[in-house]
Ligand binder design. Sequence first.
Ligand code: Q9C
Ligand code: ZN
Length: 657
Amino acid sequence: MVSGTALIYDEEMTRYRLLWDYPVCSIEVPERLSVSYSELQIQGLVERCISVPVREATEEEILLAHSQDFLEAIKTTQNMDVEQLKAFASQFQDVYFHQNIYHCAKLALGATLQLVDAVMTKKVRNGIALVRPPGHHSQHSAANGFCIFNNVAIAALYAKKMFDLKRILIVDWDIHHGQGTQYFFEDDPSVLYFSWHRYENQEFWPNLPESDYSTVGKGKGAGFNVNVPWNKIGMQNSDYLSVFFHILLPMAYEFNPELVLISAGFDSAINDPEGKMCATPACFAHLTHLLMSLAEGKICAVLEGGYDLHSLSHCICHTVKAFLGDPVPHLLNISSPCDSALESIQNVRAVHQQHWAFLRSLPISMKHQNVNDDKKLEQFCNEEIHTSSPNYCPLPPKRTAVALLGEKIELPDRCLKINLDSVPSDEIWSFKDSTVEGQKDSLHLQKNLCSVMMKIFQKEVQNGLAAVPCLLEAIKAVLSFCTTCANSVSRILVLYLGDKDYPVSLEDDGNLLLIQMSTKKLKGRESKYHIPIFLPKEGNNVKGVLHALFSLILPVAYMYNPDLVVTALSCQSGVDKKILNQLTSLLQGLAEGQLLCLIHDPEVSFLEDTICSLLGDPILPVTDGVLQGEAIQEVEQQRQRLQEQWGILKTQVTRTE
Ligand code: Q9C
Ligand code: ZN
C-alpha cells in the first residue's frame, strides 16, 4: 500500500528578492517560503512528511513548454546589474528579476518534477512542493505575474511523456487566472484545466477576455478548459465548496484523471491583499480532501501565490494535514453561495452542458448580466484563522475501531479490534430482521455498538465499523445511544442504502438527517430532514450514486454539519465496492472524520475494502457504468424540492421579487 506525504523545500529558493522600487511586485517576498516552512515545523508536520530533495530542472525539461530563445534570455539575467534587471523585466508584465532567479526557477521546476516522480513511482502517495518563483502565469516565451517557468504545466507535459499518462487534472485554486497554463492546454483533451479566479468582469488583473467562463477549450480540447470567474470579492467557504460540488467534482470524476496537479495558490484565502476573498484556511483542508479520492490518491500540490504570510502558512499546514490523512476540521456556517457566485456557477454549467454527461438534460439557461445588488465586499468573514500553539497538532487518533463477530479476517495493525463480550456468534446471528423484538439480542447489539461509539467519542479512534445483524435496529441503537449517552452529539447524519421503509418516526427537529438511497420507490413522507433518493437498479447505477453524492448528499451534509456520520448498508443489496469506498472516503470530510459504518451480512472482501477506506488508504476510481438520465432526473427532483431549505443545493440565481 502506497503511503506517505512528500514535502519538497529548499532554502535556496528564498535567495532572490525584488531589488528596486516596483510596487506591483513588492508582495512577492522570500518570507513567503521561510515563514510557511517554520509554521510546518511548529506544527510538527515537517517530521511527519517524507523530505524529498530538490534538483535543478534540465534544459530539456524547460523546453517541454518554453522556447529556446526565452530560455537563453532568462539565462542572461544571471550576470545583470540592477539597472539591467529592471530594463529586462520591463518587457514582461508584473514580474521582476534577480541574479539568482534563474537558479531558483530551475529549482522550483526541478522540485515540482521530483514531486511528480515520487508520486508516480509510488515512493509517496501525495505531496507538496513549496517553491518560488511560482509558475501558472508563465507562457511559451514570456515571464509574467512573478512567474518564470510554468512549473505545473511542465509537470503535466513531463508526466504525459515519462509515465505515458492519458488524463491529468490541473486544479488551479490560486486567485489569479493561470492564463499561461490555459494557453498550453487549450486544444489538449488529455489535460483538464480548472481555474477559479477573481475577475470582476475583466477589471481584475490580468484583465483578459479569455479568462471568462466562455473559454472552454478548442478543437479536441473543447470542454477541457474550465474557468470560473469571481465577479465579486469576499467569496466565502460556501462559494468555494459550491463550485467544487456543482462543477469541479462531478467533472473530475467523469474525467477520471490518472494524476491530479494542484496549482496551489493561497491568495484565494482570507486576508490576502491581492485576492480579498474570505475562505478560511480550514477550507483548504476540505478542498484537498475532496480531491484525494481521485486518481488513487496521486495528487501533487505546487505552491503558486499567497501573500499574507499568516494566512498562507496556515493554509499550507491545512493542506499538508489533509494529505497526511488527519481529520479535517469542521467547517461552520456553510450556507447558500452568494448571487454573484451562483451566476458564475450557472454560466459555467451552461457553457459546459454539451461537454459533460452530468449536466446533460438539465434545464440550464445562461445568466448573462451581472447581479448587482449583491454587496460582497463589506461582508465579514465568518471564522478567524486559528492561531497555533506548539501543541496545536497532536498526532491524530488511531483511525479505525472494528467490531466484528465471527468473521475470519486479518485486521491491519492500524485498527483497534473491539473485543466483544463473549457472546456466541450464532446467538447474535440468529437475530434477524423479523425478530427485532428479541430483547436479549437487542441488548448485545447495543452493547457492541456502544463500545465502538465510545471509542469514537472519546477520540480513541477516528471512525469505526460494526457488523450488525439488522441495519434498522442498529441505526435505532445508535440514535438512542447518542441521545442518552453523548450529549455533545446533537446532529447525526445517517446515510442508509436500502429499500426498507425507515421505521422510526422521524421528528423533524434537526437532530437527525436521514438520507436514504433505495432501488425501489418508497412511499412515505419527505421533509427537510428526510431525503429519499430513488436510484433505479436498471443497468449499473454506480455513476448515479456518485452523481447523487456530489449534487445532493455532500452539499446538504456540509450545510447540516453533523457531529457524527453513520452509513448503513447490506452486502446483499449489491452495492458496488468501489462506490462504497468513495462514499466512505468522501464522507470523512464531515464530523471531523467521525464516521460509523454499519454493515449487514458482511462479506470479507467488503469488510476489507471498507476498513481500508476508513484507514485512509488510496482507493480505486469508479470506472464502470454510465450515468443514466433517469438518475440525473431523480437527483434533480430532490434538488429542486430542497434548495430553498438547503441553499447550498442551488446552482442558479433565483429572483424573489
Ligand atoms: N497589486 C501569482 O499569484 N499583479 N501571481 C500584481 C499588485 C500581478 C500574481 C498587482 C499578480 C501576479 C502567482
Ligand atoms: Zn495568484
